[in-house]
Structure formats: C-alpha cells, structure tokens
Design a protein around this ligand. Sequence first.
Ligand SMILES: [Zn+2]
Length: 159
Amino acid sequence: MRSILLTFVLVLYWPLSVSNAELPRLPTYRAPIVYEVKVSQKLEWQWVSVGKVKITAYCANCSVCDTGWRTADTTYADYKKGIVAADKSVPFGLQLSIDGLDDVVYTVRDRGQKVQGTHLDVLMKSHWTARKWGVQYRDVWVWKQVEVETREYIPTTRN
Ligand SMILES: [Zn+2]
C-alpha cells in the first residue's frame, strides 16, 4: 500500500521540473588563450656596418706597389676577383662590401706593410686606376654571422 502511493507522487511531480529550453540564454564560456613564448637564438648571415674605413688601392705585379702576381694567401692577383688587403687581425676569407664599389663582393686575401688598423687596400685594374683612387674614406659592411633572437608564440589553453 505504501509503495503504490510513492510511485504516484513521483509521476505527478515530473512535468513540473524545468526543461533546458526554459533556461535564459547565457554566453558560451571560452577559456582565454594563453600564449607560451619560446625565445630562441639563431645564427644568421648579415651585412654588418663597420662604419667609415680608410680605403687605398694598389695593383698587381708592380714595382711601385711592391707586388707580384700572388696575394698573401697565394691567390692569383686578379682584380676581377675583388681582392682586398687588410690588417693582420682581419682573417683571410672575410667578405666585405665597400660603398661606391658595389658591383663586387670583396674578399680579404692580401696583406701590406702599410695596411694597418682600420684600413683596406683594394686591388685595382692598373697602377693608374689605383693612383686615381688615392685615399678615400668609405662606408664598409662585413658579411658575418650574427646571433638573432626569434620569438615563437605557441597557443596553450588554460582552464
Ligand atoms: Zn701599382
């Protein structure tokens, strides 16, 4: 007798419960996007300015310039190769660009007794062209590896 009464009460109460459709519309909750910043160092080749440099010129196989057909690093002294003499502190093979002499990428391949400090001596076509050049101060850029910082943003969802 008691169990029958309980069933009756439950059935009667059912339609009164609130259905989902009657709930007010609420904005959907979105978790904020949190970015994880990954900083990494990378080596990159770049033209780096070294400022104004004293530029003189010389020619190959010349008694006045005191040169033969070979440079200090034993390369054949062909002016078309873009050969430059630099101070002993500058390593052979270093590539550089001289303002106003833009057609060629110059390479340090030679040395000179008078080439010291911030001074470059450019191998030119003839003694006459070298004389004509004289002494000039030009902007120089060096091709070298530079440490570059890169930032990567990785999205992570935090609850
Ligand atoms: Zn000469």
